[in-house]
Structures are given as structure tokens and as C-alpha cells.
Design a binder for this molecule. Structure first.
Ligand code: FE2
Ligand code: FE2
Length: 194
């Protein structure tokens, strides 16, 4: 579909060794999750590789790219520089790497903040970023297990962990993350009801 070696060569130039490894690990985790949940494995690998491709350029450059991504940025995102790299990555993927698949672009765009009603591929990349092999936060083993047992629940747990963190830093809550939380909570509660 796309030339993986070319993408990896570009990643090597643009990313530190640590983030290059992270990207490879996310791509590998994404393929395993895609296999489990029935998403496209090739697309998952590419989206995983590319998701952080703009993370190490200046925020100002990221913002310029993010605004050209074709995805609307919410006001809270504009106020949060650490979020720029995701829509910027979607822009880079499309305009430089020639990736036109809207699902891959969406998965890159929403990998940090999530959103409601994510596609399977978007869900896979959101989770793969949290369970990649080098992740060593306290609940990583639990998240790894949950991501393969119940992906909706895993996303909900991730958001329950993510939202207080945003509040703790006195940053704006991304509207997409709030919508994602409500969406995945609804799924969880509906399952509980049955
Ligand atoms: Fe990221
Ligand atoms: Fe990442």
C-alpha cells in the first residue's frame, strides 16, 4: 500500500531514538489489536508508525500544519500545544507521505484525545499508543490485558485516567475527550444493564 521502508526512514530522521522505538512499538501493538478486533492490519501498522511523526518539531510549526490538516481544531485544542502534533501528523501524512486514506488520517488525528464514535482503526491506534511495549506506567499491564479483552472498557479506563490528569495540570479538557468519555461510559453502562 505505502512504502514502509520509506516511512521508517522518514521517522528516523524526524524522531529521537526513543520516540522512533515508541512508534515501532505502537505499530506492532496496533497490528495485534487490529487482528483481535477486526481492523485493517496494514492500515493499523502505518497509522501506528506515523502517529507521532510531528511530535519533535516546534509547536508553532505543528500548529500551522494542524490548521491545514482539514480537521477542525476545537478552541481547547488550540490552547493546548501538546495536542498539536496529532492533527499536524495527519497533515504531514497526507501532504508529505501521500497517505489519503481517511481512516488512517483520522486515527492519527484523534490518537491523543480520542473522540466519540471512533472507527475501529481509531480505537486501535488510541489504545496501541497506551500499551506499546516500552510503556511502564503502573497500570500498563492491566491496560494491555483489558485492550485485548474489552476494547470499549479499555478506552473508558484510559479516559478515566486521562481526564483527571488534564484537570490536575489546569489545562482545558478537550471537548472530543469529554465526548469520548460520555460515549464509552454509555457503552459500558448499557452492557452492565443487560
Ligand atoms: Fe502522540
Ligand atoms: Fe505516541
Amino acid at each position: 500500500m505505502y512504502n514502509i521502508d520509506d516511512i521508517k526512514a522518514t521517522l528516523k530522521i524526524r524522531l529521537s531514538k526513543k520516540r522512533f522505538t515508541h512508534s515501532i512499538n505502537v505499530a506492532d501493538a496496533a497490528v495485534r489489536l487490529a487482528e483481535k478486533w477486526g481492523a485493517d492490519k496494514d492500515k493499523a501498522y502505518i497509522a501506528g508508525l506515523v502517529h507521532d511523526i510531528c511530535k519533535e518539531i516546534p509547536h508553532q510549526e505543528q500548529l500551522i500544519m494542524a490548521r491545514k490538516s482539514g480537521f477542525e481544531l476545537t478552541a481547547d485544542e488550540e490552547a493546548a500545544p501538546p495536542l498539536y502534533h496529532a492533527p499536524a501528523g495527519a497533515y504531514y501524512a497526507r501532504s508529505v507521505l501521500g497517505i489519503t486514506d481517511s481512516d488512517i488520517l483520522g486515527a492519527i488525528r484523534f490518537h491523543t484525545i480520542g473522540t466519540e464514535n471512533m472507527s475501529l482503526l481509531e480505537e486501535v491506534i488510541f489504545l496501541a499508543d497506551l500499551i506499546s511495549e516500552e510503556r511502564d506506567y503502573k497500570d500498563a499491564p492491566k491496560m494491555r490485558r483489558l485492550a485485548f479483552e474489552d476494547k470499549d472498557r479499555a478506552i473508558l479506563e484510559a479516559l478515566r485516567f486521562q481526564l483527571p490528569d488534564v484537570i490536575g495540570k489546569a489545562s482545558y479538557l478537550p471537548a472530543h475527550t469529554v465526548k469520548a468519555y460520555n460515549h464509552y461510559l454509555r457503552i459500558y453502562l448499557q452492557k452492565e444493564d443487560r
